[in-house]
Design a protein around this ligand. Structure first.
Ligand code: BES
Ligand code: ZN
Length: 550
């Protein structure tokens, strides 16, 4: 991506903004000055090779910037070694707001935030495609910013791309210029840099409701229409639990399969993997999850990635709650069964790290560590398990805990927080409840100190099959829905008995024809089992899966 003009950052000094904080993963001086607004003026170029901040060189240059109406000369410096842009602001008074114009282009080799796809790499194979993924610390490779979740700012944008492609961003579209194929955006809510998102491709859309629109390549739009038809029902359920939706529109983009996550909560425009298009609406929990981030994550935000569980643990916990609330007849069971799946995923994840690994703590240190390297399900589902413990064992009332969640969102909405802030707020909100063993839950590796009982009929049915002596028959398997099959495979993955060996897996495949499952959550778990016992029959499928799916 090249700028034909600029990125225009406004910096504001600390006293006007929020408190001082710590972030081991940010390189910016966020405790001195805060960016309050960014304007992007960008041109998307699918042809040229792009150079990295090329015109600036490694010299100390001077440039003009405006400070409270008086024009002053300030200096800046590009440090090629550390790849940092240093702006020296010397004689500014405490509350001044300044504007800076930066001409830059992204690097085509080092911009880790962007994936550029050739037309062959898209579903429709007609046009190239580009999309971003900034979380956790890739925003710095996309534009000059303060790359920390602790600084929130607004943005506006003017983006031009070749016809007939469409640009989408994590904000609201305000204008479109047909002559130049230029798209204008605005995000009036202050957001951290990791929520900046952009995608460009041949895209079409379908309105699922007056404020919900799904975007995707033309060949997938029909499937999207079916799979996500209930999106508005989900949003209403989320609002009932969490309070009013604050982002005006809830649109989402279903990307090509190389999108590296299940979903990403980019505000006003969630990004989702096309693997959710299972054809049976069995994977809607992911859209519920990303939607939920509109409150936990995007309104209430972890101050740095060491407290990632405040984003993901809360969101996973609430996701299960909403799935339960959506089912009017069997809600309690549905919620518990979803929580059971999260618990088994947690087991698999802790098993993979090893039970004493520091990344199996809910809160861990990230000095000199890329958050992506520490990323796993642990902060999601150990976090969700802690909140389950607080709700069920400590507070003991679901409705009181729901009330607490709403007040937590009001208290910390549009702000940042860390784990201590959460504990303090919880303890002041519930002064009478039994004390919590925070030390074990937060700072001790391995499985949680308390094992929850998530058993339900749905769960028992799977557990019985996982533990029976004889092999699982086709008839037994066909009794299970897609979520139960995925859960059963998790039970087998976590089964410590030696019976999960080559012969067992082979027999399971012969009986149940496991290759018939196209559901990615099932395939992903089945392939792990096959690899574990070196059952090679699905090897070609595994390679294809790895080649295609991000
Ligand atoms: N925000 C995450 C994705 C993410 C986390 C990207 C950290 C980069 C760094 C998103 O909300 C998420 O959790 N996605 C999950 C799906 C969810 C249903 C558990 C995923 O992609 O697996
Ligand atoms: Zn998430």
């Amino acid at each position: 991506m090249t700028t034909n003009k600029s990125s225009n950052g406004q910096l504001k000094n600390e006293s006007q903004s929020t408190r001082l904080f710590y972030d081991p993963n940010s390189l910016s001086s966020f405790n001195g000055y805060r960016i309050v607004h960014t304007h992007f003026d960008l041109n998307i170029d699918f042809n040229t090779n792009i150079l990295d901040v090329e015109p600036l060189n490694n010299e100390l240059c001077e440039f003009l910037l405006k400070s409270n109406d008086t024009e002053k000369l300030l200096s800046f410096q590009v440090d090629i070694e550390r790849e940092s842009l240093i702006i020296k602001i010397n004689d500014l008074s405490k509350d001044s707001i300044i504007s800076i114009i930066i001409y830059y282009s992204t690097s085509n080799t080092k911009c880790t935030a962007l994936q550029w796809l050739t037309k062959e790499q898209t579903a429709d194979r007609k046009y190239p495609y580009m999309f971003s993924q900034c979380q956790a610390i890739h925003a710095r490779s996309l534009y000059p910013c303060q790359d920390t979740p602790g600084v929130k700012s607004t943005f506006t944008a003017k983006i031009t791309c070749p016809k007939p492609l469409t640009v989408l961003m994590s904000g609201l579209q305000t204008k479109y210029d047909e002559n130049t194929n230029t798209f204008y955006f605005e995000q009036k809510q202050a957001i951290p840099s990791y929520l900046i998102a952009i995608a460009v491709g041949q895209l079409v859309s379908y309105d699922l409701s007056p404020c919900i629109r799904v975007w995707t390549e033309p060949s997938m739009i029909k499937q999207c229409q079916y799979e996500f038809e209930d999106a508005e029902i989900f949003l209403t359920a989320a609002e009932q639990l969490l309070g009013e939706y604050q982002w005006k529109r809830y649109d989402f983009l279903v990307l090509p399969p190389s999108f590296p996550y299940g979903g990403m909560e980019n505000p006003c425009m969630n990004f989702l993997t096309p693997t959710l298009l299972a054809g049976d609406r069995s994977l809607i929990s992911t859209i519920v999850h990303e939607m939920t981030h509109s409150w936990t994550g995007n309104l209430v935000t972890n101050e740095n990635w060491e407290h990632f569980w405040l984003n993901e643990g809360f969101t996973s916990f609430i996701e299960a709650k909403i799935l339960g609330n959506l089912d009017k007849t069997n809600g309690k069971e549905v919620r518990r069964f979803h929580a059971a799946q999260q618990w088994e995923d947690l087991k698999t994840s802790i098993d993979t790290w090893g039970p004493t690994h520091p990344y199996t703590c809910l809160v861990y240190r990230l000095n000199n560590i890329d958050p992506d390297d520490a990323y796993s399900s642990v902060q999601y589902y150990k976090g969700a398990a802690l909140l389950w413990h607080l709700e069920q064992n400590i507070v003991g009332s679901e409705s009181n805990f729901d009330e607490f969640l709403r007040s937590y969102i009001i208290k910390f909405g549009r702000k940042i927080l860390n784990t201590d802030d959460f504990i303090q707020y919880f303890e002041s909100y519930f002064p009478q409840v039994p004390s919590v063993d925070w030390q074990s839950w937060l700072y001790t590796p391995g499985m949680p100190p308390i094992t929850h009982d998530f058993s339900t009929q749905l769960e028992q049915q799977c557990r019985q099959l996982a533990t029976q002596q004889s092999s699982i028959t086709k008839e037994q398997m066909n009794m299970l829905n897609a979520k139960q099959v995925a859960y059963l495979l998790n039970l087998l993955l976590n089964n410590q008995q030696s019976k999960i060996n080559y012969d067992y897996i082979k027999q399971l495949d012969i009986n149940c024809d496991m290759s018939k499952y196209s559901n990615c959550e099932i395939r992903f778990r089945w392939y792990q089992l096959c690899i574990r016992v070196k059952y090679e029959k699905p090897l070609d499928d595994i390679f294809k899966f790895l080649e295609i799916i991000g």
